[in-house]
Ligand binder design. Structure first.
Ligand code: FES
Length: 159
């Protein structure tokens, strides 16, 4: 396994369909996958980029998917840097079983998701998804585009 936060491998597009039927977040108690998710080592996360390229990275427990994307040069914008003032960190969880393990979105997340391009039943904000052992193996697809609204008074440090 590579160093925490490091890129493990790259591959091609698999054209996997999202599974958005019967979605209910917050039902994540119980089953925990243990494939490489030993405490302190991180979890495996696959980002499916806009061009279909897949990037498998290891994400330390407690790190957000937005931070993980930035650490690994994945084009997930995150204009407000996780302050729930944009929708540019929109990602689509490709497996509803993983989506159902996420915490229920707060009102602010729902408000921002309503502005997201290509919103699906299994969409979330990457800055609000934090690596935990039960998310080991999650796949996050970046949407084809993002909607970027200027955030009043906010000056991005990274863009
Ligand atoms: S980075 Fe703006 S809401 Fe996630």
């Amino acid at each position: 396994m590579a160093a925490a936060g490091g890129l493990l491998q790259q591959g091609g597009c698999v054209g996997e369909e999202e599974q958005g039927v019967g979605v209910r977040r917050g039902g994540g108690s119980g089953c925990v996958r243990e494939l490489g998710a030993e405490e302190g080592l991180g979890i495996s996360v696959t980002f499916v980029c806009k061009d279909g390229e897949e990037k498998l990275v290891e994400v330390p427990i407690g790190m957000s998917m937005l931070e993980a994307a930035h650490e690994n040069d994945i084009e997930l914008e995150g204009a407000c840097e996780g302050s729930l003032a944009c929708s540019t960190c929109h990602v689509i969880v490709t497996d509803v079983n993983f989506y159902n393990k996420l915490e229920d979105p707060v009102d602010e997340e729902n408000d921002m998701l309503d502005l997201a391009f290509g919103l699906t039943d299994i969409s979330c904000l990457g800055c609000q998804v934090v690596a935990s052992p039960d998310l080991d193996g999650i796949r996050l697809k970046l949407p084809a585009a993002t909607v970027h609204f200027k955030v009043d008074g906010y000056v991005s440090k990274s863009h």
